[in-house]
Design a protein around this ligand. Sequence first.
Ligand SMILES: Cc1cc2nc3c(=O)[nH]c(=O)nc-3n(C[C@H](O)[C@H](O)[C@H](O)COP(=O)(O)OP(=O)(O)OC[C@H]3O[C@@H](n4cnc5c(N)ncnc54)[C@H](O)[C@@H]3O)c2cc1C
Length: 403
Amino acid sequence: MAETFDAIVIGGGAAGLMCAIAAGRRGKRVLLVEHANRVGKKILMSGGGRCNFTNTGTTPANYLSGNRHFCKSALARYTPWHFIEMVERHGIAYHEKELGQLFCDESSKQIVKMLLDECAAAGVRIETSCSIERVQPGDGGAALSGNFHVHTTHGAFSAPALVVASGGLSIPAMGATGFGYELARQFGHTVLPTRAGLVPLTLSGKHQERLADLSGVALPVTASCNGASFSNFMLVTHRGISGPSILQVSSYWQPGDELRIDLLPGLDALETLQALQRERPAAELKTVLGELLPKRFAQRLCEVWLTGPLSNRPIKQFNAPQLREIAETLQHWPLVASGTEGYRTAEVTLGGVDTDELSSTTMQSKRVPGLFFIGEVVDVTGWLGGYNFQWAWASGHAAGNAV
Ligand SMILES: Cc1cc2nc3c(=O)[nH]c(=O)nc-3n(C[C@H](O)[C@H](O)[C@H](O)COP(=O)(O)OP(=O)(O)OC[C@H]3O[C@@H](n4cnc5c(N)ncnc54)[C@H](O)[C@@H]3O)c2cc1C
């Protein structure tokens, strides 16, 4: 005989824990099933161990989705300030790093402990190291008291509400699986194609060879792709490029798409070069570029992409068309990315359960009453900077108040 609950939540990550808390607080009997040996593993590793738990500037514009309106309702009803209130109530010290990003002063362990304490206070039962063998829709017969029958390695459970919070495919080593997508398909849902997001880009051939030995060099850039632009640091890696601006733009990039990298963000390169020509005519091009960019990077840029040996010449010797060409290369560095590092290092998975088939206020399936999808498994993906956790909290809260 299956043990019965009001709701079963599959996945003990950010979204699942928040959903369980919200439902438990309403007096619902909630079971949370996690196949890893502990809950919240991604929270623990997030933000370099300090968890960038929200962003005070969160708006729907910070998310990618097939339907950009879908996230609005949940985000409006559970804002960063609601989560901050919980963090403060638990006495967790935090700070703003930059651009509205809030981090724990000490450790992301505090966020997991807070969520576990809230689960305990709300009477949530948590089963860890518990694998799901199969999920069956109830047939309403005597053997099943709920609409969903969940067979696990810890026994059979049933409930009229089933919440899928099993996350995306990023970092398989942390327990990520395609389980949520498979379950969605099992119940007739459309799953939009998935790909790695917030992920380093890789280079190949000449592009990689030209930069590989500069691994570790970082510089501010504006990276743009398909209408999105991000100004922040770029980091050269052994395999390609990374750093916040590249991670952000990677979510908008697909193989073959043009990537635009402005190496002098906020400056008009031509005006800057013309001013240098007037003020320091005898200075070598590579010297002045070495003052605007990291020296080794400027040197390589000159050798490979700019004027080669001519860059040893004084800047006064470059004529107007040459100067324009150099400015164009600085403002539109013609680097061709060949791919991404994939799910192994991606922070998020783009795509997922199609939002057209979910209610934006409750996250409930429009196809199967009682079935909910929340967090990263849904086709809503945030920018870097605390937006993904905010979506997990908000969508989890929306479902927790509806089960
Ligand atoms: C390295 C890294 C750093 C990050 N840093 C930040 C950050 O600082 N700020 C931010 O906003 N976002 C960050 N993110 C993104 C953020 O972690 C995710 O967007 C968020 O965790 C998604 O929450 P979720 O609950 O939907 O999924 P997850 O947190 O992935 O949780 C899903 C849970 O389901 C479990 N599960 C999977 N399959 C099954 C199954 N079959 N049965 C039972 N359980 C299952 C998993 O083990 C996991 O515990 C980071 C991601 C990574 C990888």
